[in-house]
Design a protein around this ligand. Sequence first.
Ligand code: AMP
Length: 382
Amino acid sequence: MIGSFAPISPGAVVGVLGSGQLGRMFAIAARQMGYRVHTFSPETDTPTGQVADVEITGAYHDLDAIREFARNVHVLTFEFENVPARTVEAAAHFAPVRPSGSVLHITQHRLREKTFLKGNGFPVAPFSPVSSLDELRSAVEQIGCPAILKTAVSGYDGKGQARVTKPGDAEAAFAATGSQEKILEAFIDFELEFSIVAARGLDGTFSHWGLIENTHRNHILDLSFAPANVPEATSVQAVGIAKDLLETLDVIGVLCIEFFLSRDQKIFINELAPRPHNSGHLTINAALTSQFEQQLRAVCGLPLGATDFLSAAAMANLLGDLWQDGEPNWAAAAGYPDVKLHLYGKDQVRPGRKMGHLTALAPSADAAVERVLHARKRLGPK
Ligand code: AMP
């Protein structure tokens, strides 16, 4: 392993496991600072591969291919958390993996994640493990209704989830979520959802971009804006939780924490992502240091950059649905000089697929939201 505690300087090679848009935006930040980027995933001509110096196509369980990949990089990070633990272990023999395999192990499994959070005193909704219909029935009795049944692994954007509104829904919810391990969570009647994207450097320095408010459509993030519309005391409490959490997990890199703010003003952690997050995309245009540059700085052992915002901002996702009547009207969106277009280089359009996003900067979050929604509307149908 090459000098794991010395800073990894520009010119070095950063390896990325995964090849989606998060890896692409990371690679853009890394190349801007003079690093070389290698990406590994089962696909070719990927959003990350189009920007990286080297794109390796292989299966995550092909440990020989992973070892070969890791041998040729100075540090490894990932852009999605479903990389198998054995893959990370194999790679870690050749280059430091940041955040570490143990952070990945906890955050790639909802039940492990919630158990870890609860065990360390972090606020989560009541939950119970479920591996059979009988267990689900007793969990529903214990937790009450409404509740949400979620698969423990591989669920994202609301996939692998079923509502349990009354005890009689248990059987259908169990069937709808397949035969794998699950978790039943109490439903939080939330006023709003927000996230904190935070980073921790190799020297333990903590940084964050404050609270970003999020709205979802069909369980997929639709809109994010900063600053979030929450009371100062809530903001201070949530940032304190984020700092404790990154320290407890010993994160080196970026981690996003998604929160609910309940109607009675309590905060709950919904889930963690040990990487940059969709809700942090607005930092690219709106902050002095983006979440991707910060990931690069953290994993390379460089000092973290300043996270000050240049102005309030809003980000609207562009999903495949926008293509339903053909190519969106890019010229119309470009007609908003204060709105920035980001596209991820995906040629396969599918409804619900994240194809890109728009970011607007404005004097207030409300004004930024209005601008970004306006610009998106001009692109075509929703
Ligand atoms: P997740 O995949 O866990 O992030 O869930 C996707 C979305 O479903 C969240 O952003 C919420 O809007 C909603 N959701 C998930 N879990 C809960 C919960 N326990 N209470 C209320 N809403 C939830």
